[in-house]
Design a protein. Structure first.
Lengths: 335, 536, 131
């Protein structure tokens, strides 16, 4: 539980930084320009370096995890996605994994106290919440593109309109606002309530959730309570990406908190577990074909080792073999 | 002494800071250290007499530097390792998938935590946040306690890969455990049950240390036994140059029970189809305990198979029923000791089937081979001879999750017996549960851990025993055949274990055989019918 | 410099990544509208606005919502500002006096920031606006 508290305090501290910096010290230029630019740079360079560090190590062996029948005899139906033997199979396996979290969908719970015979029950709730969580985040990011693109691509507007399906209140309460909050709450509660997950959770696991929660909450506040001049915000956003920075005038401290937390999230990304977003593409148990007996896989550092050769071996056992009438390679020099 | 099923499992760990909890070496849960002479024979680093339960492990002076340097090397060699250190989000999908966690309730047996044992040290010495924020970033100093903990938990993982199936990023605890064991080996922390067989295998050619003369004797004995059972005197070629096929099986098949009956099964099939093959006294072991130790040892032990195939001038290689042997052959052999360009693409001499899936490695699994024979009607089979058994099939971790050979054995089973029932679907095929003794953990001194780890498997067997009256578990793994009888005897009772080819041998109608009254175990073939006849 | 394995795939992936995260820059460069700031047309026909500009910029939707509720739910057509100043609650009668051109005022800004008020899904656009 102490880890949860650390994470919470750390998040509060992060929120206080822009409140103090802008609210009291008035460092608007620093928080609206320096921080976002540095965060973005760290994010970009950090992510690239992280991926490069992964690929600077070779994958020495072909170790796919086969979750289905191999391709062997022609009359046995092989599972080309679960035990892929070619690039199409790999593509499908990765696609299902990345878009639909297929492995998570297989999740089942082991029941410690069973009255029934079955020790295992299907557990799709975690999959459902995870997928809702990730897609909500994606849609939220996508919605924000209206601030960065001029003219706004119609797909972004369409998506925003779908998100506003319920037409409750003005400005409309969005579906993703609700879903993402519910999901974060679920993920956080899961870490606190489920003893197994609580046991394995580190400070950073709670921290990421608190950070996301505060980003989402400040975002919601900006939309519904502490509104800002959105035109001014767009001008600011476009200015950043066109290297023509503009300091927004008609925004409050809530905006700066939101901006700072998002910046922090980006800068934190390459150094945290959030890199799973890129790492999943490289996972060797998923992205390699199960054809290691069909096509030889090469290991770049395959070095020669000291083996025991047949000759060495026979030298030790030759007499014994001859006695037992086992064919030998060399008759002994002299008996 | 039969145990209640289910036992009171406790899968809810109590709150504690696992980073500060030491590993407790309780008798019955860990394996003994490797004897010095075998460490020396293999030339392992920092050899010494040593036991895990002693306070002082006599680690080399600079053990910490060795480990950290070793870790750095492994990170540079294995992308899998580097990636798996970075991308875990501790979602908890794997927690209750491990048979050791289910059986022992020890939270450090949760796969994610097993990896965190290494990850915490990785963070401390190889990542920026870990170096700066130390324990706030989930990082931990490498201490002797941590090393002991590594030893305890990396030798309480059977590298079965079940958790990886459920991981959304495919993080493979088997890789993690392999890395952990590589590191432990660097400072001379090895276990007897791995190093001794490995050293035997290096010296004599097989894990059991069977010298060539005894190898021949035992095969002669098998020949006599088959003659007694069938009235047919078969020929068992050994080290015969120019044979078409080299046959390699795990050594337990010719020296342990119930493996022995599987051996009889192979021999009968080979005789019946008139296979042009040979055994080898040098490559008298398909299994490879090096896999459970280090990359280098695996490669050293595996080399003899291709070397012998080359010396005997065979065309291709056929491999017997074994689990980890097939992990090595399927996923490693060609890479580490190939290319096998001196061999030919495997073609069944009986059916003409080309084994395209093995065209590079040139080694075919006997289940693929036999399934092909049966499919083409090359074997005359009398299923009734297996009628005294109600059979279920246990997929071995390695062949299921690292090879995907799922249908071949089932096809064979359906053709050699009448009563075949599957265990619950969460416990078979790719979701199969380990026997609890794989990856070199089949020792006697850790029996408690083995029995606990094997519990989920036993539970599933008990389920089909109650439901369908199952009394025989068929499998294709030498470790299974050795460990499942003990396990099932403890948790279930009244269920025996056999290899797939034992059942094939029973059902096989051989040309010129005498009336078969006994099965390969020397028991009456049909107990029920016999009794009826006796009554009349 | 360390050796990079799987160069092709890695570079493709990284290029896609960089293209995606830099999309605001090149998109706006391609369309050349990045520096566009909508020019909002207002005619000074009436008295001062109901609220200050800075308030209206952020919260006009809030005021419109309050006005709608007053008229539709309580039938009250008079709005009293904090300082006692009275206004007739009417979109066409009050607001549109100055903000005569929907296209060049409301729509222009709404389009710029990607807002689609759902009012006009059912209601007609007031006749008084000169489109």
């Amino acid at each position: 539980m102490i880890r949860l508290i650390y994470a919470f305090v750390l998040t509060l501290f992060l929120i206080l930084i822009p409140l103090f910096g802008v609210g009291i010290l008035g460092l608007t230029r620093f928080f609206s320009i320096v921080i976002p630019y540095s965060a973005f740079l760290i994010f970009l360079a950090g992510s690239i370096l992280r991926v490069l560090s992964w690929v600077s190590s070779p994958q020495p062996f072909k170790i796919p995890l086969t979750a289905g029948q191999q391709r062997s005899l022609q009359w046995i139906k092989s599972s080309y996605i679960e035990s892929p033997y070619n690039k199409i199979g790999i593509f499908m396996r990765m696609l299902l994994e990345i878009l639909f979290f297929r492995s998570l969908l297989k999740n089942e719970k082991t029941n410690p106290h069973v009255s029934k015979w079955l020790l295992f029950t299907s557990n799709k709730r975690f999959w459902l919440m995870s997928i809702l969580f990730h897609y909500s985040l994606l849609i939220i990011v996508f919605r924000h593109l209206k601030l960065f693109f001029e003219p706004i691509p119609s797909i972004v507007n369409l998506l925003s309109r779908i998100d506003a399906l319920f037409e409750i209140s003005i400005p409309t309460i969005l579906l993703t606002e609700i879903i993402v909050l519910v999901c974060i709450a679920y993920l956080l509660l899961r870490r606190i309530v489920v003893s197994q997950v609580r046991y394995i959770s580190l400070t950073s696991d709670y921290f990421v959730l608190f950070l996301l929660l505060s980003v989402v909450l400040t975002g919601i506040l900006l939309r519904h309570l502490f509104r800002v001049d959105i035109m001014d915000v767009k001008r600011f956003a476009l200015g950043l990406f066109l290297f023509n920075p503009y300091i927004p005038h008609f925004v409050g401290s809530c905006f700066y908190v939101h901006l700072f937390l998002v910046s922090f999230l980006f800068a934190y990304f390459p150094f945290s577990k959030l890199v799973h977003a890129g790492g999943v593409f490289l996972s060797p148990t998923r992205n390699l074909e199960n054809n290691s007996r069909t096509i030889r896989y090469l290991n770049p550092w395959n070095y020669p080792v000291k083996t025991r050769t047949y000759d060495e071996w026979e030298d030790e056992f030759r007499e014994m073999m001859k006695e037992a009438n086992i064919p030998v390679e060399k008759e002994d020099r002299k008996i | 002494m039969k145990k209640e099923i289910p036992p009171q499992m406790n899968l809810s760990p109590k709150d504690e800071n696992w980073m500060e909890k030491k590993a407790e070496f309780k008798k019955g849960t860990y394996c003994y250290g490797a004897p010095l002479k075998h460490q020396n024979y293999l030339g392992l680093p920092n050899p010494r007499e040593w036991q895990p339960h002693s306070e002082d492990w006599n680690l080399p002076e600079n053990w910490k530097d060795i480990i950290l340097q070793g870790m750095k090397d492994l990170l540079e060699k294995y992308r899998s390792f580097k990636l798996f250190m970075d991308i875990c989000v501790r979602c908890g999908a794997c927690t209750d998938k491990c048979h050791f966690f289910v059986g022992t309730g020890d939270p450090k047996n949760m796969p994610v935590l097993r990896a965190e044992l290494l990850r915490s040290v990785y963070r401390r010495y190889f990542t920026l946040p870990g170096k700066i924020f130390k324990k706030f970033a989930g990082a931990r100093e490498l201490t002797e306690e941590v090393l002991k903990e590594w030893f305890y938990y990396f030798y309480q993982c059977t590298e079965c890969r079940r958790c990886s199936l459920y991981c959304p990023y495919g993080i493979d605890t088997c890789e993690i455990t392999m890395m952990g064991r590589e590191l432990l080996n660097l400072v001379g922390c090895n276990i007897q049950w791995i190093v001794e067989p490995a050293s035997n295998s290096f010296r004599t050619g097989n894990h059991l240390g069977v010298p060539p003369s005894a190898f021949k004797e035992t095969l002669d004995f098998a020949r006599d036994e088959i003659e007694e059972l069938t009235g047919i005197k078969i020929d068992i070629p050994i080290n015969r140059k120019g044979a078409e096929i080299l046959f390699v099986a795990p050594s337990a098949d010719y020296f342990a029970s119930p493996h022995w009956y599987t051996l009889l099964g192979y021999l009968m099939v080979f005789h019946e189809i008139g296979l042009d093959y040979t055994w080898s006294t040098f490559a008298s072991e398909g299994g490879n305990f090096g896999l459970f130790h280090s990359y280098e040892l695996m490669k050293r032990l595996n080399a003899k198979i291709y070397e012998e195939a080359k010396r005997l001038k065979v065309k291709w290689i056929l491999g017997g029923e074994c689990g980890h042997m097939w992990r090595v052959i399927h996923q490693y052999m060609d890479t580490i000791n190939g290319p096998a360009d001196f061999l030919e693409e495997p073609v069944s001499p009986i059916t003409g089937t080309r084994f395209l899936n093995a065209k590079s490695t040139k080694m075919v699994h006997i289940a693929e081979f036999t399934a092909d024979l049966i499919y083409h009607g090359k074997l005359v089979l009398d299923k009734k001879r297996n009628d005294k058994w109600v059979i279920t099939f246990h997929d071995s971790c390695n062949t299921a999750r690292s090879m995907g050979i799922l249908e071949e054995p089932r096809f064979i089973l359906r053709n050699v017996c009448n009563n075949f029932y599957e265990m619950p679907e969460n416990t078979i095929r790719e979701k199969t549960f380990c026997c609890g003794s794989g990856a070199g953990l089949g020792a006697d001194e850790n029996l408690e851990a083995r029995l606990k780890g094997g519990f989920p498997r036993a539970y599933a067997v008990n389920y089909v025993k109650q439901k369908f009256g199952v009394n025989m578990v068929a499998c294709m793994c030498a470790i299974d055949k050795a460990s499942l009888p003990v396990l099932l005897d403890y948790w279930v009772g009244g269920v025996e274990v056999c290899g797939v080819h034992e059942l094939v041998g029973n059902a096989l109608v051989m040309k010129g055989e005498k009336e078969r009254v006994k099965n390969l175990r020397g028991e009456p073939i049909l107990e029920a019918e016999k009794n009826e006849e006796d009554l009349r | 410099m360390k050796k990079i394995y799987d160069k092709g795939k890695t570079l493709t992936g990284l290029i896609i990544f960089v293209v995606l995260v830099s999309s605001p820059t090149w998109y706006n460069l391609v369309f050349g509208k990045g520096n566009y700031v909508p020019d909002l047309k207002v005619e000074k026909n009436g008295k001062e606005c109901v609220k200050r500009t800075s308030y209206m910029k952020k919260n006009h939707m809030e005021l419109l919502k309050v006005w709608r509720d007053e008229v539709v739910r309580t039938g009250n057509r008079t709005y009293v500002r904090e300082d006692g100043e009275k206004f007739e609650i009417s979109l066409s009668g009050t607001c549109l006096k100055c903000h005569t051109n929907k296209q060049e005022f409301c729509d222009r800004c709404h389009r710029y920031v990607g807002v689609t008020p759902y009012c006009f899904g059912c209601h007609n656009i007031p006749r008084e606006t000169r489109k």
